[in-house]
Design a protein around this ligand. Structure first.
Ligand code: SAM
Length: 365
């Protein structure tokens, strides 16, 4: 197995290819990305055997921006006999099991890419999962009863009803979601659908066990570009008091909570009220990404907040390069002021032409 499969939003294959090529090169692993536009995934083929496994272990998954999932895969199994697709798939898993421990696998996900055509296979994938799971168990697979961080998840990525890649991902370095997509339910009382973007971001960037410590009712947030209030809703729901900055109208339901103050001001000029310590800054204004990056840098350099989640809208062209440039520019500014921070950026499932960035200040001098 010398290939890595990376799932993504349809239309972002080139960004994934550029990103994985950079990350692999940085580790001294060389190969090439096979890009099929609008396929919803990229195959990165390493020149040396065993190196895909190394990439799957050593590239921190949370540092990949455009990839939703990362797994080591076999060559494509094609022309599968529709009367028995299970035997060759199980054989393939068994053949590869010296490379990973089949016994220490925790789950089998029978997946497709996230495209309309591919999703037509999802009914079949669902039905196929149970017999495939049983067949793998007979071979000693899926030995872990519960999801263990030390285990691997098995994947079967169907690209046609008679063709699939089989592979595995490391549970401590992958997306814990089937197809790399979190299933979030839209809260009926939220003022806008964009509420799911911030929820997705919080779930992605903040470990569940840290949430009560990092988002709670002793805290104050600022939401720049807040109206009608989908992001503010997520903060208020977690107990924060929020200054909601926007010339627009906030949902009445949020005013009713008594946990917001609406500030009809320009988000680029707004400053935290005197003597108020702001814990969180969130920002969803539609603006040039470099302008947003500068604004966030201003907040962090002035110590106006300790933690922030914001969007960077993507340009039509050179999306990967633009993102790299903005993030580098921001990181350089923080570095030059001696600020220690953790930065994560992700093209989340609920993001379209934008990515979401999270920065947590660790210490400031
Ligand atoms: N996050 C919001 C939600 O979940 O409901 C949606 C935000 S919407 C995508 C962008 C908002 O940014 C708009 O309401 C717009 O009025 C606001 N906006 C744009 N430029 C702004 C600026 N310079 N200052 C304040 N708000 C601004």
């Amino acid at each position: 197995m010398n290939k890595l499969a990376l799932y993504c939003r349809i239309g972002f294959e080139k960004e994934v290819a550029a990103e994985i090529t950079d990350k692999a090169t940085a580790l001294g692993v060389f190969g090439f990305a096979r890009v099929q536009e609008n396929s919803g995934y990229v195959i990165f083929e390493c020149y040396q055997a065993g190196e895909a496994d190394r990439l799957a272990r050593e590239i921190p998954f949370n540092q990949l921006i455009f990839a939703r999932q990362m797994l080591v895969v076999s060559d494509l199994l094609s022309d599968l006999d529709l009367a028995d697709r299970i035997s060759p798939i199980v054989e393939k898993f068994v053949a590869f099991s010296p490379q990973f421990n089949l016994k220490q696998s925790t789950e089998i996900w029978v997946e497709t890419a996230d495209t309309n055509e591919a999703k037509e296979l999802s009914g079949f994938c669902k039905k196929f999962t149970v017999p495939l799971r049983q067949a793998l168990k007979k071979q000693g697979g899926l030995g872990f009863k519960e999801i263990k961080k030390s285990g691997v998840t098995l994947h079967c990525l169907f690209v046609a009803n008679n063709a699939c890649y089989v592979g595995y991902s490391y549970n401590n370095n992958h997306s814990a979601h089937f197809m790399g997509i979190p299933r979030l339910k839209f809260p009926a009382d939220a003022p806008s659908r964009s509420t799911l973007k911030l929820e997705d971001a919080i779930l992605t960037f903040i470990p569940k066990e840290d949430e009560p410590k990092r988002l709670n009712d002793n805290m104050i947030g600022v939401d720049l570009g807040a109206c009608p209030g989908g992001w503010t809703y997520q903060l208020v729901r977690r107990g924060l008091f929020v200054y909601a900055v926007d010339h627009g109208k906030m949902a009445a339901s949020l005013h009713d909570t008594g946990r917001i103050e609406h500030c009809p001001e320009d988000g680029f000029k707004f400053q935290p009220p005197k003597r108020k310590k702001i814990d969180w800054l969130v920002c969803d204004m539609v603006e040039k990404p470099s302008r947003i990056a500068d604004l966030i840098a201003k907040w962090l350099l002035n110590s106006w907040c300790r933690e922030t989640i914001f969007n960077l809208k993507l340009p039509m062209k050179k999306r990967y390069q633009e993102v790299q440039q903005c993030l580098q520019q921001l990181a350089d500014k923080l570095d030059s002021h001696g600020i220690k921070f953790r930065l994560q950026a992700k093209h989340l499932y609920h993001d379209r032409e934008e990515i979401t960035v999270h920065i947590q200040v660790k210490s400031a001098v």
